[in-house]
Design a protein around this ligand. Structure first.
Ligand SMILES: Cc1ncc(COP(=O)(O)O)c(C=O)c1O
Length: 470
């Protein structure tokens, strides 16, 4: 029976560089400072004198007209160097949010730590740079997020690519189970994958969400392989709370779902089933609050989060204090993380008024998705010009196949651009250092109006027709 990852084993997941990193003696003083008694005279650290900063106040106006003005103390915290894991009150609110949202069980719950990063991209890149080297394989879905490939490919680690399932549910979990069986039987030799990287909700680029059962099976396969799971979940809050069969990709079904006003039941995360302490979960506030804040978080076993912290101590010291302070002020205003989730019912969410904001954001993107699907059906699917991989059940992307084409790069860059529409060619999401081929394109439905979506797919249809007439 698999057991939880022993604390001492976490060191075996670190690469040589990560194992050599030592805590910065000066950064360590930040923790002392954060809990120091009033009246402490600090001659330590290299804090610039805040009296010389040109800023004296920070205030922001919310969309509803509310003005949030940071207190003097918050402004001071925002402008000065602060602890590497994040401004302490923000981190403790985030910890309550994560416990309420995921109730990590067993070892994961006991050892859970949260660290703030400069977007989840920063934390993912730090994770890959902490755990992987040229000899340590990593399992990824193909296609996957291009930013992950950008961070992984230069490491030179062997990429075990698992194709997306044919049923529109993201990574083919059966293939991960086969991989585990191949290692167990000895049919496959060599190092086992150190990491399994997945985007469980509304994948980028596929738009697919892994159903709960697939998440459970993936977790079980990770146990068999002895791998950590990198759960990259920036679209969790853009989950429309429905799984739609791509074979049933008609606008009526989507529109019926859109009319439903029931709060979204988000699919349980991999962190929520992490008995062993093998999941590192990455969240992002880019899609929910704003991308330019560059605020993301990593949540997982303290030993692993601390390893990313040592990386941050040597790279950025900490994420922008101004961004963190703005998010903290918003959290205070909305009551995010005010409550401690009750131990006997860890599922009680602690989102406060942010839950209403999440519902608004998810509902907006759902109506965008519906308009996108309607346009795809009208201009591409019904005339038989292209197919959808899955009806996106969240997020902001549709993954569209142009049958009969080995690669869509020329179609996108030449014909479609000339017709006045832009997509990302599918090859951007396939490992291969830019030389990969893909018959897909990724369409983002996040900012175009419904009319523009209709026109975009009309133009794309004419570009596909033109390329067929060459
Ligand atoms: C799957 C995935 N992971 C991570 C990121 C990075 O997000 P952030 O803005 O938090 O760095 C993105 C951004 O698009 C993404 O799609």
């Amino acid at each position: 029976m698999p057991t939880s990852v022993p604390v001492e084993s976490y060191a075996s997941f670190l690469n040589t560089r990560a194992a050599r990193r030592k805590p910065s003696p000066i950064r360590a003083l930040q923790a002392v400072l954060a809990t120091a008694p009033a009246g402490l005279i600090s001659l330590g650290g290299g804090m610039p004198n805040p009296a010389l900063f040109p800023f004296s106040g920070i205030s922001v106006t919310l969309r509803d007209g509310t003005v949030l003005s940071l207190s003097e103390e918050s402004v001071r915290a925002a402008l000065q160097y602060s602890p590497t894991p994040g401004i302490p009150e923000l981190v403790s609110r985030l910890e309550r949010v994560q416990r309420g949202e995921h109730s990590p069980p067993g070892a994961a719950g006991d050892r859970m730590a949260v660290m703030v990063g400069t977007g989840s991209q920063d934390l993912l890149a730090k994770a890959f740079d902490t755990f992987l080297d040229e000899e340590t394989p990593v399992v990824i879905e193909a296609p996957t997020y291009s930013g992950t490939l950008a961070a992984l490919e230069p490491i030179g680690c062997p990429l075990i690519t698992i194709p997306s399932s044919t049923d529109g549910t993201g990574i083919d979990v059966g293939a991960v189970e086969e991989l585990a069986a191949a290692f167990e039987s000895g049919e496959r030799a060599g190092p086992r994958p150190r990491l399994i990287y997945v985007i469980p909700t509304a994948g980028n680029p596929t738009g697919a969400t892994m159903p709960l059962e697939n998440r459970r099976r993936l977790y079980a396969a990770a146990r068999r392989l002895g791998s950590l799971i990198i759960e990259d979940d920036p679209y969790r809050f853009l989950d429309f709370g429905e799984v739609v069969d791509p074979a049933d990709a008609d606008a009526d079904a989507a529109a019926a779902a859109a009319r439903s006003s029931t709060p979204v039941a988000r699919t349980p995360s991999l962190l929520s089933m992490d008995e062993d302490g093998r999941v590192l979960r990455f969240d992002s506030f880019s899609k929910l609050l704003s991308a330019g804040l560059r605020i993301g978080t990593v949540t997982g076993p303290k030993e692993l989060v601390d390893a990313l912290g040592l990386h941050a101590q040597a790279s950025c010291l900490h994420t922008s204090g101004v961004s963190q302070a703005l998010v903290l002020e918003l959290f205070r205003h909305w009551g995010v993380g005010d409550k401690t989730p009750p131990a006997e019912d860890g599922s009680a969410r602690c989102m406060g008024d942010m839950e209403a904001h999440i519902a608004e954001v998810a509902s907006f993107y759902r109506s965008q998705r519906d308009a996108c699907i309607e346009a795809i059906n009208k201009h591409l699917r019904d005339p038989g010009l292209a197919e959808l991989y899955a009806v996106p059940s969240g997020g902001m992307f549709a993954w569209i196949k142009v049958p009969g084409l080995a690669d869509t790069t020329a179609l996108v860059k030449e014909r479609a651009a000339a017709a006045g529409v832009l997509f990302v060619p599918g090859s951007a999401f396939v490992p291969g250092g830019g030389s990969a081929h893909s018959a897909f394109v990724r369409a983002s439905f996040s900012v175009a109006s419904h009319e523009q979506l209709d026109e975009a797919f009309r133009r794309f249809a004419s570009a596909i027709r033109d390329s067929g007439s060459d």
